[in-house]
Write a protein that binds this ligand. Structure first.
Ligand code: HEC
Length: 143
């Protein structure tokens, strides 16, 4: 977590130095708000989102959850909607070394084969559903 915090601070310095706000995609990809319930299903799904391969979060029904990535509990309080959208669409824009897949990007991916070539992992509507769900995760863990 220390390394992440340092990377984050460096990023903030970089963007504030450039005077740009490039750590977010402020507007909906579909022009409409997503559906948080559908988003939760995508995040918990082992075939579509695969988020729980790396993340854990408020999913008491899911027995096996990842520990390679931050807990998603309370993530909606830590980031704005636009910041969450960018982190789903193209996390490498925040951390070029990230192991997290770019769910909404089709260009510049080097590990995409066959049926997935040229298609994002999640379409715009699914991304908005996931963003709506993550935005709703405002409560921190209860002790
Ligand atoms: C292969 C592992 C992996 C998968 C799969 C994955 N992530 Fe991540 N994710 C990470 C890592 C690692 C980070 C920490 C930042 C970084 O290294 O990029 C992260 C960071 C995040 C963040 C920022 C959280 C924070 O507290 O900083 C969010 C939000 C997020 N992921 C959501 C998702 C969602 C939603 C999915 C599924 C659609 C998903 N991730 C799938 C590895 C993964």
């Amino acid at each position: 977590m220390g390394r992440l915090a340092i990377a984050w601070a460096a990023w903030i310095l970089a963007i504030s130095g450039a005077g740009a706000q490039e750590d977010a995609i402020p507007t909906s990809l579909t022009g409409a708000p997503g559906d948080a319930a559908r988003g939760r299903a995508i995040v918990a799904n082992r075939q579509v989102g695969l988020c729980l391969l790396c993340h854990n979060g408020p999913f008491p029904e899911e027995r096996f959850q990842g520990d390679l990535a931050p807990d998603l509990t309370g993530v909606g309080a830590r980031y704005t909607e636009g910041q969450l959208r960018l982190r789903i669409v193209d996390p490498a824009r925040i951390n070029p070394q990230t192991i997290m897949p770019a769910y909404g990007r089709t260009e510049g991916l080097n590990r995409v084969i066959g049926a997935f070539a040229g298609k994002p992992i999640l379409n715009a509507e699914q991304i908005e559903d996931v963003v709506a769900y993550l935005t709703s995760l405002r409560a921190e863990k209860t002790p």
